[in-house]
Design a protein. Structure first.
Length: 359
């Protein structure tokens, strides 16, 4: 009597996925892109080590869905980055994966054609190609690490990584972060709990061994040395923001208690602005004011920004998509983004000199 089948009972297909080596062969790392990646990582490490007194700002669309508009945005951001380079390091937010509470578009890698065809094989190559374009423009790129296999495909093009509020508590993501080549920002939990992020930083700073894949796409045991550049990202939660002076002071105390560097990044979006893009400039203004008044722990900011303000639903007829407008969370438009950053630059010019002398 044959043995009953007990596996893959809910799997309808196992489609071929190109290996990381195959995707990299199609979109090979160029010397110019490699220089941008390494320069971005070096600058970020120096900021976190307090060897560079600038602030880094991870700024860009909530998610990438149109590479043409994305590159358009990157070119604008590069010009602005050069303009404010004495006070800020601008890192383009390049998010391909969107965690979902229930359902919704999962991002450019998962469904690049936004038609539920789920051509992940093509989405991964397109994502790598887009990152190459951003880095060749001369901008470092930051992203959220969601799928633990994805960094093998494009991690060589990333300068900064975020672990989201839903995954900071995940052992898988803490282990993965311990082996990433970038600094990693861990967000506080959606209920506002900071301990989750603190524990994640501690965990990721230690070596781990876990299952993954190698460049050929084969199963492998990944053994890491630990990542010492973990830091906290305050994004609000539990029905309240947490970028105010009291919240930041409490975060400083929690980091000190855990014997961690007091490096804090403030996300101007999400719960800190009640997901209302017009409040993001007020959050940034408040945090910059804290730096002007002597704060020494805030090293970075995050802004959700695109060419056009607001957001839009994905229409059945994709030709009806509004150019340069988010299809996920609402963003501030380009004009407001440039205004926010220029105003911060004017304030920081003097404030950072005082911070440097104090340190």
């Amino acid at each position: 009597m044959p043995v009953a089948n007990t596996e893959n009972l809910n799997i309808v297909a196992l489609d071929h996925m190109p290996s990381p080596e195959e995707i990299k062969a199609r979109v090979p790392l160029t010397e110019k892109a490699a220089e941008a990646v390494l320069a971005g990582r070096r600058a970020l490490n120096n900021i976190l080590d307090r060897k560079d007194n600038r602030i880094f700002v991870v700024v860009g669309p909530c998610s990438i869905h149109d590479p043409v508009a994305g590159v358009d945005y990157a070119r604008r951001l590069k010009a602005l980055a050069d303009e404010v380079s004495e006070t800020m390091l601008l890192v383009m937010r390049v998010y391909f994966e969107k965690p979902r509470t229930s359902t919704g578009w999962k991002g450019y890698i998962n469904d690049p054609y936004m038609d539920d065809s789920f051509r992940i094989d093509e989405g991964m190559e397109k994502a790598r190609r887009f990152l190459m374009d951003v880095n060749e423009i001369g901008l470092p790129a930051g992203t959220e690490a969601l799928d633990p296999i994805a960094p093998q495909y494009y991690g060589d093009l990333i300068s900064w990584t975020a672990i989201g509020a839903r995954t900071s508590e995940s052992q898988t993501h803490r282990e993965m972060s311990s082996g990433l080549s970038t600094p990693v920002g861990f967000k506080n939990a959606t209920d506002g709990d900071l301990e989750v992020a603190i524990n994640a930083i501690v965990s990721a700073s230690h070596p781990h061994s876990f299952l993954g894949i190698n460049g050929k796409g084969q199963s492998a045991i990944l053994r890491t040395r630990g990542n010492r550049y973990g830091h906290v990202v305050l994004r609000g939660g539990g029905g309240r923001p947490n970028y105010d002076t009291v919240s930041i002071s409490l975060a400083e105390q929690a980091l000190a208690k855990a014997k961690l560097p007091q490096n804090i990044v403030v996300d101007c979006s999400h719960a800190n602005s009640w997901k209302k893009p017009d409040l993001q400039p007020l959050v940034m203004k408040d945090v910059i004011h804290q730096i002007r008044e002597g704060n020494r722990s805030v090293v970075g900011l995050m802004i959700e920004s695109f060419i056009e303000p607001g957001n839009q639903s994905i229409p059945a007829d994709l030709s009806q998509l509004k150019y340069g407008c988010s299809v996920t969370d609402a963003c501030v438009g380009w004009d407001d983004t440039a205004d926010m950053i220029r105003k911060a630059h004017a304030v920081l010019s003097e404030a950072l000199q005082r911070r440097s002398r104090a340190e």
